[in-house]
Design a protein around this ligand. Structure first.
Ligand code: HEM
Length: 407
């Protein structure tokens, strides 16, 4: 089972989608594409309705059955923690971390895609896992960087690279295990992060499942936030008229105010970020395995069958959006004729009950990035004509080099 990541593979899917009468079609013998908005919503709801985490490997080795843990328990622990973390102080610190990382690259010719990635991941990491020593944090970051490079690079890399990747992944997993164990035993302080509620679930989860859960958050912050930030930079750099509109709005706004009601605090910036996420939704494809039988009208999925979902395909479908390829944040104004037909058409954060838990913080972060670009820095893109958007695991700006300076 391979995930199509290569641009040719994704372009083939785009062609198949245009030829299909609706958004549901067989990609090959193994995979069904479910790119129709309502079908994607229904299949996600049915598939994960009572999703339970198993500990198959350990159960097999120990010849026992571990206690059932519902995924909804894990999600509710995360969401409670995120709610507690949504304070002005925490958001202020997130924005400070973003600015520190950008300040450190001032006046240098940098790869703006990698810079965006760094800004997003390094500033979010303490939210996922904090209180690490410098060595531990470096290792976890290196693991996330290597995972991302494998996803964005068209080159599969040598066997040596692969071995290094696996070694770093194992060592980073050991760091997570150590942190969870030491917090549970009181040898390390509890921290206000997304790993912390998992310490309380350790007796039910066991260490292997707990590691999977923390790794899920780390992987989630390691990919989409950085590519989304790069796409914000990409559209910002290409559109002087929107730079002006954002600057007019953001000059008088404290970014900490994005925390409570982003559309009220900075409506133009909020629409800009929403439109970037519509056009350039990461990841391009979600590969899922059905857990229940599912009837899609003209075809059926049996438990164990693979299917593909894609916010990107839905956002670019002219059957559900008017002029989908046009960049126009004002389509999100109430009553705009080319706006979303209904809520199922705009899904940058996926579908309930597996919808992204970090959606709010992600929007705050991207709006804060716009704020920094309008109020603190001046962005210069070198050779703008050479910048292109490549479709890899996510849309990724390529040949995107430039420089930041203080205003
Ligand atoms: C622009 C930034 C982001 C985008 C576009 C994004 C997008 C997504 C998408 C499409 C999914 C899959 C949903 C599904 O399966 O239906 C997802 C899941 C997830 N995201 Fe995000 N995400 C972003 C930022 C974040 C952040 C900042 C966090 C953490 C604070 C986060 C944590 C997660 C987690 C833990 C899941 C798995 C949820 C589950 O399996 O129940 N994401 N995200």
């Amino acid at each position: 089972m391979t995930t199509p990541q290569h641009p040719d593979d994704f372009l083939r899917l785009l062609r198949m989608r245009s030829a299909a009468e609706d958004g549901i079609f067989r990609v090959d013998e193994e995979r069904l594409a479910v790119f129709d908005p309502e079908a994607a919503r229904r299949i996600s709801a049915a598939n994960w309705h009572r999703f339970v985490m198993h500990d198959r490997l350990v159960d097999m080795v120990r010849r026992r059955r571990s206690p059932e843990v519902r995924w909804s328990q894990v999600r509710s622990a995360w969401l409670t923690q995120l709610h507690a973390l949504a304070t002005p102080e925490q958001h202020g610190r997130l924005i400070e971390r973003m600015a520190q990382i950008m300040d450190a690259r001032l006046g240098r010719d940098v790869d703006l895609t990698m810079l965006s990635q760094d800004v997003a991941v390094r500033s979010l990491l303490p939210l996922a896992l904090s209180g690490l020593t410098t060595g531990e944090a470096d290792l976890v970051r290196r693991d996330l960087e290597m995972k991302l490079l494998r996803l964005v690079s068209p080159d599969p890399g040598s066997t040596w690279h692969h071995l290094r990747f696996v070694a770093v992944q194992i060592r980073s997993g050991l760091v997570v295990r150590r942190v969870l164990r030491q917090r549970a035993r009181g040898r390390r302080g509890r921290e206000p992060d997304l790993a912390d509620p998992i310490v309380d679930l350790l007796p039910a989860l066991g260490m292997d499942r707990a590691l999977d859960v923390v790794t899920a958050v780390l992987t989630a912050i390691g990919g989409p936030p950085g590519t989304a930030a790069a796409s914000v930079l990409y559209e910002f750099a290409r559109r002087p008229e929107w730079q002006r509109r954002l600057a007019d709005e953001l000059g008088a706004v404290d970014p900490v105010a994005f925390r409570t009601a982003p559309p009220d605090a900075a409506p133009v910036t909020h629409r800009f970020v929403k439109e970037v996420l519509r056009l350039w939704s990461p990841p391009l494809l979600l590969v899922r395995r059905s857990t229940v039988p599912f009837d899609l009208g003209k075809t059926r999925l049996a438990p164990g069958d693979w299917y593909l979902l894609s916010p990107h395909m839905i956002h670019r479908d002219d059957r559900v959006w008017k002029r989908p390829d046009l960049f126009d944040p004002d389509r999100f104004l109430p009553g705009a004729p080319h706006g979303p037909a209904d809520r199922t058409c705009y899904v940058p954060f996926g579908w309930a009950p597996k919808k992204c838990i970090g959606a709010n913080i992600a929007i705050v972060q991207l709006m804060a990035l716009c704020h920094l670009l309008c109020t603190r820095y001046r962005l210069t893109v070198h050779r703008p004509d050479e910048v292109t958007m490549a479709l890899r695991f996510a849309p990724v700006p390529e040949n995107f080099r430039g420089e930041l300076a203080f205003r």
